[in-house]
Design a protein around this ligand. Structure first.
Ligand code: PAF
Length: 282
């Protein structure tokens, strides 16, 4: 497993792999790796000849400087947990390596509308930062396949749209959310939770599951379900941003739809948690 820190060296390595027709897979991450990331890595090693894991805490996708500064950076441990896997390279560029210009002058990729709802409404500019860095990582590592977790459902859809709209010849593979045995979706941000908050945190998943059950039982007043769940979260000590039932394309659902996703985002103390559950009827 090579550790590559510059774009020039990564490009050189990619050129070499391509000269021998190796199929490259990219697993983009911001580090602080957990079992959710490792599920992406494991799938990547099955699907490609050469796996690149990128670790880069992307300043462009943080709409809050404090959130960026306190984001966990655990490179040494990340390299240790990656070591047993069949990874060809870990790409760990510095900020100046990725953004040679001040951030406000850098070219950005934007997927409109889809980036402005749900997470985008609460984190303005977030998805533009995500699509910009992901496009750049795609250009540097030239993957045939890139893997993303379903936990960031909206991010997954936005990246698929970017790839489609910009005719990027890359397959986007989604991998199911990995959860603790209590249902809590694994996230790097879970490390912020206090012991007591860790006990409370699975309630977000329980609430979304409750909505999923009601929809499957035929309870169709989505607005009522959203409001009821929002209130339940408040009563359990959360400060929700939203609880929302959408179609799988993140459109407002109608009576004719059969496939939904219920999404929620809520603060527990200072930690912002997000989760979602897909629902299939019939
Ligand atoms: O999901 C993440 O960890 C990040 O948004 C990503 C895709 C690595 C881009 O920085």
């Amino acid at each position: 497993m090579k550790i590559i820190q510059t774009t020039a060296l990564m490009t050189e390595q990619v050129n070499q792999w391509q000269s021998t027709h190796k199929k490259i897979a990219l697993v983009p991450t911001m580090g602080n790796l957990h079992a959710g990331h490792l599920a992406l890595v494991e799938n990547a090693t099955i699907l490609a000849d050469r796996v690149v894991v990128s670790i880069f805490v992307n300043p462009l996708q943080f709409n809050d400087t404090k959130d960026y500064e306190r984001y966990p950076r655990t490179l040494e441990n990340d390299l240790r947990v990656l070591a047993p896997y069949n990874i060809a390279a870990v790409f760990t560029p510095s900020i100046t390596e990725i953004y040679s210009q001040p951030l406000e002058q850098t070219t950005q990729v934007n997927v409109p509308i889809l980036s402005d709802i749900l997470e985008g409404a609460y984190r303005p500019g977030h998805f533009q930062g995500v699509t910009t860095i992901v496009a750049k990582l795609f250009n540097i590592t030239q993957p045939k396949i890139a893997l993303f977790g379903e936990k960031d459902y909206q991010q997954l859809l936005i990246i698929r749209r970017m790839v489609l709209d910009l005719a990027m010849p890359i397959i986007i593979k989604n991998i199911p959310t990995v959860r603790d045995s209590n249902g809590l979706a694994l996230s790097s941000r879970n490390s912020y939770l206090s012991d007591q908050e860790r006990v409370q945190a699975p309630f977000l998943f329980n609430t979304l599951s409750h909505i999923a059950t009601k929809i499957k039982q035929g309870k169709q007043s989505f607005t009522h379900l959203e409001q009821e769940s929002y209130n339940l979260l408040v009563n359990h000590g959360f400060q929700p941003d939203y609880v929302s039932i959408k179609t799988i394309n993140l459109l407002d659902p109608s009576q004719e739809d059969h496939n939904f996703v219920v999404l929620g985002a809520a603060y527990l103390g200072k930690t912002r948690l997000i989760d979602n559950i897909p629902i299939q009827l019939g």
